[in-house]
Write a protein that binds this ligand. Sequence first.
Ligand SMILES: [Fe+2]
Ligand SMILES: [Fe+2]
Length: 317
Amino acid sequence: MKRFIEPNELARDSRFIRQDNAMATVLASMPDDVDAIVAAFEQFSPMIEESVRGTAAQELFEAYGPAFTLVVLNEPLDPDSAAATMRLILRMHGIFVGELQALEGAARSLWDFPDAPWEFKMNMARQCWDEGRHVQIFEKLLEHLGGHVGMFPESTFLFEAACSDDPAMRVAGVNRGLEGLACDVFRDMIRYAEKTGDEVMQQAVDYVLADEITHVRFGSEWVKEFTKGDPEHLQKTQDFRREVDKQFSFGGSRSDREDAAIPIAWEDRKEAGFSEEELQDLASVSAEGPSKETLTQAAQILRERFHAKRNGEGARS
Ligand SMILES: [Fe+2]
Ligand SMILES: [Fe+2]
């Protein structure tokens, strides 16, 4: 079996639609400037439209235009907000494919490094077992909310953090970056389920979160072990994780800012081996994106222009 596969080599059945990841990268590096954001989304509009065609996200595209992801990412999930259920299902679908990629990432970490210590392989095998269970739990939760597998496109930006051929970098990106993000998102989902009184979702996600804390801890411990006695190597893994964390912050949507859609799960991350200093660093890396006000203004302009253009096309035909 081949070692070190590319994200486009991940096997999927015909239910899945693949989405280009370019937008997540663009979002991570956007300045706090309305015009620049509007220009970027307009440039990507045909690609975004193409990627949502035939999926449930087409409805969101038609309602909000190319920047529908900004609305989805930027606004905290609130049961009383417009299209709340669809947005919740969209997030749940994103988590489901994220779990699938986490399973694939952990399995690749087990396979790609034959010379790694036995304990590392056992930890990765344990993680595969957990992630396999998570895939099933989130598939069921998706159905519990009225959704189904394949209704939204899948972006492989999570698996892309799992492609380093250095085991220290691999666990830094996957177990500390990706699994850390999972802690933030799941803590937020539990809060949401408490608000809506959805005990099934609350309890299921709580069980999953307990596993994710263990996975982050694997990362915290193995980064130390793989870089023992080599401070330069340790620094490289820290820099890589910061880069991954910046991408996973979606322009500040996941951050410690007061206006964050997904707050950092400070306490859970401490339990998982993040130091206070690393958390302060994460807070500053993730807060670098555009402000919520900028994103809201940009989304509004894009929405208006999108509808004006659609109406113009309608009038001409
Ligand atoms: Fe998981
Ligand atoms: Fe995990």
